[in-house]
Design a protein around this ligand. Structure first.
Ligand code: GTP
Ligand code: MG
Length: 618
């Protein structure tokens, strides 16, 4: 029987009301090695076809004087789908006594890989088909690699078309040995190799005489022997924050933090922490969507939470549970990546990296090795990643992201790379790396090293001006009065003879504006803007200027980064009202809409104390 219910839905059952177990299996392999035949035959031999379908297709073949192919069954089912009834182009359903199967034929493996990595499709087990006569081909290897990369836990290899090699044991064993060795190098341990003739039905649903020397499982037995990987609900809690909704009623400043739980579970009252900001709170209420009222909720449900304290967090953060293992927060990691983009992935170019709900600007920092699937070997020393390459590489983001390693928590251990609005790469994170030798630090070092100076020293400049060059940032929310204050400070200091300049962020490019807007989501424009602002401040302060600007949309990491970019001149920060920081301490803290005259005094005092203003007198 072929079902009409959406089989990927977690809550669907087999239509008969019983809650039978479901398993997603993907079938992969080189072109023409027999994937569709295996599926067609499984459908036919397990009685999963609609009444009379097999006969109908056989008769059609006969009347067209065309040899019958099991693969035609799939096409016939597709035709039915065109009439709106049964099947999907890439999925078939069959059932055994043990459970229901959804089998994905992945003809366009790139599409499939994209879906798997973005989480749109799932495969818990894989069947990899190799033609006994043709032997191991390029895609046999590439697909083996993908299965390993995607972390599909169970794999069985079907050595098909054994009828074409007289069911030769030697042929089977030589393919088995060669392919096992390849998989071994990838760290993949197949559960079995099955000598098969899909067309003749040898070892498909039961053991066959033709291969008397084989005492392993048939394909169907093997599929039933796959075990369900444990669900993500068992792991530590992770929920990428997709959105933060504000209650609209007057006087109600509660917010709902919403997303889809990637792993683990959480209860009312549990303490939570958001990364990368590190902000903490606790759950007041669990708001499920389309679920009954509950106090506890787990993966894979979408959920919303109200928190006990009003913390300022933005979509893109990763919500975790205090007391459990925490994600890594950083800018560098080692990853395995599959590149699908037409232009190769190159260094020194900015890409968009999406992980969880976060979008950050990222660069290729290093290519460790590239797997040449056709040669079955790793290529070292490659400087770029070409289309269809599988590479082990180091990626570096401009702003820190929260992530897990794939082996630890799978959904938060995978990412995609977007180039020019298209998904161009997809991968899994193997290991976090320190930022010791980051591209960022290297670049700052290089910049400082090659800085060409005039004949006037910084010391001479500050002696003459009576102050040092400094980047003074006024940070606060929209309408906090920080802008008026910054301009008043500029005017005042100018009046007493300082070399001072107020830089309106909207002056130059749109990307700067992103730092001066109360944005809901962090954008990659923002990463770039921080970078450019830091560089600009470095030049202005080197010229001895008190360089001032206002920042609305920044966090601790941005301040750290601005500081590094502006080194050795450092940063002087004036916070007005509530700040977006979690740990970062401002040099001067002022209330919302401060009294202007007093506030200017406070800033001046702060600058004097820090010895920015050297011989200041009012
Ligand atoms: P693509 O979807 O094009 O990649 O091919 P596929 O892997 O789905 O192969 P398919 O099942 O369409 O089979 C390709 C050809 O191999 C067909 O002509 C099948 O009849 C033939 N074939 C499949 N299994 C066997 C087998 O066990 N023995 C023999 N002799 N031929 C087979
Ligand atoms: Mg096919």
């Amino acid at each position: 029987m072929v079902r009409t219910a959406d089989p990927t839905s977690q809550m669907s059952n087999n239509g008969s009301g019983s809650n039978r177990e479901q398993m997603n299996v993907v079938i992969v392999g080189h072109v023409d090695h027999g994937k569709s035949t295996v599926i067609g035959r499984l459908l036919a031999d397990t009685g999963s076809l609609p009444e009379g379908k097999l006969k109908q297709v056989q008769q059609q073949c006969e009347s067209n004087a065309r040899p019958f192919e099991y693969a035609f069954l799939l096409d016939a089912l597709k035709d039915e789908q065109a009439q709106g009834i049964t099947i999907d182009t890439a999925r078939c359903f069959f059932k055994t006594k043990k459970r229901d199967y959804i089998i994905h034929d992945a003809p366009g493996h790139i599409e499939f890989l994209k879906n798997m990595i973005t989480g749109a499709a799932r495969a818990e087990a894989a069947l990899l088909v190799i033609d006994a006569q043709e032997g191991i081909q390029e895609n046999s290897k590439r697909h083996g690699y993908m299965v390993s990369m995607l972390g599909v836990k169970h794999l069985a290899v079907l050595v098909n078309k054994m009828d074409l090699v007289d069911f030769s044991r030697e042929r089977f064993e030589s393919i088995r040995d060669e392919y096992s060795e390849f998989l071994e190098r990838l760290g993949v341990h197949p559960l079995g190799f099955i000598p098969l003739s899909a067309r003749e039905g040898v070892n498909l649903t039961g053991r066959s005489e033709e291969t008397a020397w084989y005492d392993g499982l048939s394909v169907l037995e093997q599929v039933d022997a796959f075990t369900k990987p444990e669900g993500n609900a068992e792991h530590d809690f992770r929920m990428p924050v997709q959105d933060v909704y504000k209650f609209t009623a007057d006087q109600d400043d509660r917010r709902i933090v919403a997303g889809t739980i990637d792993s683990g579970s959480i209860d009312e009252g549990d303490e939570v922490v958001f990364y990368p900001s590190g902000k903490e709170s606790a759950i007041t209420r669990v708001e499920g969507f389309n679920t009954s009222p509950r106090t506890e909720i787990s993966a894979p449900y979408a959920a919303g939470f109200t928190l006990t304290t009003q913390i300022y967090i933005r979509p893109g953060e990763l919500m975790c549970r205090k007391g459990q293992s925490l994600p890594h927060v950083g800018r560098r990691f080692r990853a395995n990546m599959f590149w699908m983009g037409r232009p190769p992935m190159v260094r020194e170019k900015n890409y968009k990296l999406k992980i969880g709900a976060a979008n950050v600007s990222a660069q290729l920092a290093d290519v460790i090795s590239v797997l040449d699937a056709s040669e079955l070997s790793s290529v070292q020393g490659k400087q770029q990643i070409d289309r269809h390459d599988v590479a082990e590489c180091v990626l570096e983001t401009l702003h820190p992201v929260a992530f897990d390693t794939r082996n630890n928590i799978e959904p938060t251990g995978r990412f995609v790379i977007v180039d020019d609005y298209e998904i161009a790469g997809a991968g899994i994170i193997l290991e976090p790396l320190t930022e010791e030798d980051s591209l960022f630090k290297e670049e700052i070092k290089r910049r400082e090293f090659s800085w060409e100076r005039g004949l006037v020293t910084s010391a001479e400049r500050s002696t003459k001006a009576g102050h040092r060059g400094k980047f003074v940032a006024f940070v606060g929310k929209f309408h906090s009065g920080k802008r008026n204050l910054a301009k008043a400070v500029e005017k005042h200091l100018f009046g007493v003879g300082c070399q001072v300049y107020y830089f309106g962020l909207t002056n130059l490019t749109k990307s700067f504006e992103s730092l001066d807007r109360e944005a809901r989501t962090r954008s990659i424009e923002q990463d770039d803007a921080v970078r450019r602002l830091g560089e600009l401040a470095r030049v202005m302060t080197d010229a001895g200027t008190l360089f001032m600007t206002v920042l609305t949309n920044v966090d601790d990491y941005d301040m750290e980064q601005l500081g590094m970019l502006n080194a050795p001149n450092e940063l002087f920060v004036v916070a007005v009202g509530e700040t977006p920081f979690s740990q970062f301490k401002a040099d001067v803290e002022l209330p919302d809409h401060p009294d202007l005259e007093e506030a200017v005094q406070k800033v001046v005092e702060g600058l004097t104390k820090k010895e920015v203003l050297i011989d200041y007198s009012i």
